[in-house]
Design a protein around this ligand. Sequence first.
Ligand SMILES: Cc1cc2nc3c(=O)[nH]c(=O)nc-3n(C[C@H](O)[C@H](O)[C@H](O)COP(=O)(O)O)c2cc1C
Length: 240
Amino acid sequence: MTFEETNKNRRSIRDFKNTPVSDEIINQVLKEALEAPSSSNTQPFKVVVAKGDILKKIGEDLTFKYNTGQKLRKLNIFSKIYTAHKYKLNVNNVYKTIQGKYPEIFQERRVKTGFGLYKVLGIKREDKKARAASLARNFTFFDAPVGIWIFVDPKMGYTSLVDAGLFMQNLMLSATSKGLGTCAQGALNLWREPVDKHFNVPKGYELVCGLSFGYPSDHIVNSYRPEKIGLEELLVSKRK
Ligand SMILES: Cc1cc2nc3c(=O)[nH]c(=O)nc-3n(C[C@H](O)[C@H](O)[C@H](O)COP(=O)(O)O)c2cc1C
């Protein structure tokens, strides 16, 4: 594949085959991801790769947190606090995903992208149950056989986030070039405790993002290609 083809073929994959991915291929993709630039070549990231029984357990823990969090909405404030504390439901507060509405034009783009996805899935706007079930699939990695989590050392400040993003994009393009699929997921950044239970993430490292990783299935959801903004929206105009 040319770069243009690889770049075009990379789309967020939200349904995977259960075909395992060999360690050899995973390692090759990670090595290619490491070719990414980073500030002064600091490479301030650490990566967790989970598969098999461990991934299943992480998925069960995340799903439990998500489902319990959904039920919290119906409880009174005291039961909410008690339950959130008991089941450690408070979400990651460091590199947090925005809860609730996004600001300004970003909410518009988010809604458009979200409804585009539900349309492909045949989920009606008002069908909250189906939407919640679709969201919940984030926590079982859309059935992917591999889950990847990216942590950075926050002592490196903003460049650590830039570096992590570049690393992730290299990883996703490398995967695409090998016929694999990925989905970067802020949803996998909500709770890190299920991952920490199984892996020795170095002290102080903070979770930035998770990714599902595997071979794309031919489910219709994977045909979704959300529209990107055009250059006229991208480019800043010159001062008159
Ligand atoms: C930081 C980040 C977080 C994301 N979080 C999620 C997520 O939690 N769940 C999901 O299904 N997709 C998630 N995505 C995928 C985006 O929705 C997707 O990249 C966007 O809609 C554009 O589609 P494309 O990747 O197919 O080009 C995330 C992407 C990024 C870069």
